[in-house]
Design a protein. Sequence first.
Length: 142
Amino acid sequence: MTAKEWLLRARNIDAEIRELRKGRERALTEATSAAVNADGERVQTSNGNTTEKKFINYAAYSEAIDKRIDELYAVKREILTVISEVDDAALRTLLIAKYINGKTWEKIAENMCYSEYHVKRRLHSQALRAVEEILRKRKEQF
């Protein structure tokens, strides 16, 4: 895996977290929705409390989602930790803006007061080399 691929995991993580949260919201909506009869008559009878079952299922599902989100944030923290080990502040800024915050090259260049070419071609290449070196050193330690 290249340094760029390794860093891109952060953006993919954000997308996965968003989808997990949407899924939890849908599950909550389903768990809290119930057919209500306007006349107050019972519509259906059953041997068990289906509302209670819905909430129990939702709680288990929500817990599984929370666990997965925690795992994803752990990966994102690892990426941020490696970025923080880059010596050059401009390179760190670029890496955070691009891979953690998902900004465009144009916006990064504007914020850093550089040309887009300089940021995308020169600084980004330097930043990727710095990350590769950090990852190589970490790999050698283990």
